[in-house]
Design a protein around this ligand. Structure first.
Ligand code: ZN
Length: 163
């Protein structure tokens, strides 16, 4: 397990569509462990593989700090409603911006054993799922911000919701 370097906005890895995972390997298990370490180290609520330079469709999300989800080849299969909220991103340090996301999201994905499961989320979890799935298609939240990017509060805590 190790903390990996998080790519920053401007890095072309962050604007590239990622490839699906076809087969679980030790290498990918190690990548997932490192992604979790990297997310927790940075006090993030989510991290996508391209953020650590790997163009694979893998995201990790933990909005509570103790209940991580690993989503491999995730696909959003249902959305409802709308919410407008500040988002941040570990690849865009020190900045936040308002983004419109669905209020409810259902995502289908594979777990670490390559078994299919579905996850439903509202509020922060719905936003995190959308934000991280966008990363897999090379889409940064900064392209969806309403108005301007703003400076994040200096005192960054867990609930600053950096993804
Ligand atoms: Zn992000």
């Amino acid at each position: 397990m190790a903390i990996r370097n998080v790519r920053k906005i401007g890095d072309e890895t962050l604007e590239t569509v990622c490839r699906p995972v076809k087969k679980m390997t030790d290498h990918i298990q190690e990548l997932i462990d490192d992604m979790l370490d990297t997310m927790y180290d940075a006090n993030g609520v989510g991290l996508a593989a391209p953020q650590v330079g790997v163009l694979r469709r893998i995201v990790v999300i933990d909005v509570t700090g103790e209940d991580p989800y690993v989503l491999i080849n995730p696909e959003i299969v249902e959305t409802q409603g709308e919410q407008e909220c500040y988002e941040g991103c570990l690849s865009v340090p020190g900045k936040v911006g308002v983004v419109t996301r669905p209020a409810y999201v259902k995502v289908r994905a594979l777990n670490r054993d390559m078994e299919e499961f579905e996850l439903e989320g509202e509020e922060l979890l719905a936003r995190a799922i959308c934000h991280e799935c966008d990363h897999l298609d090379g889409i940064m939240y900064t392209t969806k911000v309403i108005g301007e990017l703003e400076d994040a509060p200096l005192n960054t805590e867990k609930d600053d919701e950096e993804e």
